[in-house]
Design a protein around this ligand. Structure first.
Ligand SMILES: NC(=O)C1=CN([C@@H]2O[C@H](COP(=O)(O)OP(=O)(O)OC[C@H]3O[C@@H](n4cnc5c(N)ncnc54)[C@H](OP(=O)(O)O)[C@@H]3O)[C@@H](O)[C@H]2O)C=CC1
Ligand SMILES: O=C(O)C1=N[C@H](C(=O)O)C[C@H](O)C1
Length: 265
């Protein structure tokens, strides 16, 4: 049995992960940590006890007390780098779903993993449909290099653009560069700043935040007299759980840093 601790256990994603770990016969849920609460062996999922200590200290203390095999983190972009560092310094494997890590932070975390002979897996999106949306976009990009991304999320999301949109744009950019394919120049002058979205590389990304959405993305490719649109919708956070559970089971056998769920499929 792999012993799993969930950081951000009472969040929208963390609470789903707690349930998914509970329900898996090969995994043991050994504790949950969040800002307001920290506890061991949450018999009743909602009843995590409070220690009343700062969350950073709370994470370190729970690692020392509980000694999990794997920590899954779904917290907030501001703290994820520190969280991952603390976990790996304790020699524990880490699965990161929290968005916001830059490429250089990921590289640094990879080095820390190597130093401590522990493994870290990071994925901006754990849903199979989103992974396929990115894969298909990579395949299309050399043939239709003009692309824009619209990502649509619930209004409580803290970051924009989404981690998925950034990774999709990077993959499209890499694929069109490798094929020496170029997008048409953008001739538009913005009379209102931001009208053309944010640019990841040269790819415009538009972020929508509205109550009612969960997690959605459209990748729009334009061609000569034609359009191709790829759309993915996560309608329920359960869509991320098979990917999270797979990562928890595989992280121990993949040394150092692994980035992206496609590496485990
Ligand atoms: N990779 C993927 O497939 C997915 C990634 N995400 C990403 O996961 C992250 C979490 O999303 P979501 O569950 O919706 O967010 P929530 O706001 O619902 O949950 C955040 C959790 O983090 C805790 N938290 C808040 N501040 C801190 C802090 N300073 N230190 C430690 N923990 C803290 C909260 O504790 P408390 O409740 O006590 O305040 C809560 O448990 C986001 O970055 C999001 O983009 C989301 C969906 C899928
Ligand atoms: O905050 C969310 O909800 C999500 N965040 C991830 C992202 O930023 O890409 C994954 C998914 O889109 C849901």
């Amino acid at each position: 049995m792999l012993r799993v601790l969930v950081n951000g256990a009472d969040g929208r994603m963390g609470s789903q992960v707690v349930k998914a770990v509970y329900e898996d016969k090969e995994l043991e849920f050994v504790g949950g940590v969040s800002v307001t609460s920290i506890g061991e062996d949450c018999g009743e999922l909602a009843g995590i006890g409070t220690l009343g200590i700062p969350v950073r200290e709370g994470l370190a203390k729970s690692l020392e007390d509980i000694k999990p095999d794997v920590v899954v983190d779904f917290t907030i972009p501001k703290v994820i780098f520190d969280n991952a560092k603390i976990v790996m310094e304790h020699g524990i494997h880490m699965v990161v779903g929290t968005t916001g890590l830059t490429a250089s932070q990921r590289t640094e975390l990879g080095k820390i993993a190597d130093e401590h002979k522990t493994n870290i897996f990071i994925a901006p999106n754990f849903s199979i449909g989103a992974v396929l949306m990115m894969k298909v976009s990579e395949i299309i990009a050399p043939y239709m290099p003009d692309a824009e991304i619209i990502e649509l999320h619930h209004n409580n999301k803290l970051d924009a653009p989404s981690g998925t949109a950034i990774l999709t744009a990077e993959k499209i950019n890499d694929a069109r560069k490798a094929a020496h394919a170029e997008a048409a120049p953008d001739k538009t002058h913005e009379s209102l700043e931001g009208a053309r979205g944010a640019k990841v590389d040269d790819i415009p990304v538009h972020s929508v935040r509205l109550q009612g959405y969960v997690a959605h993305q459209q990748v729009l490719f334009g061609g000569y007299g034609e359009l191709l649109t790829i759309r993915h919708d996560s309608l329920d956070r359960k869509s991320f759980m098979p990917g999270v559970i797979l990562a928890v089971k595989k992280v121990g056998s993949h040394p150092g840093l692994t980035f992206g769920l496609e590496n485990f499929l």
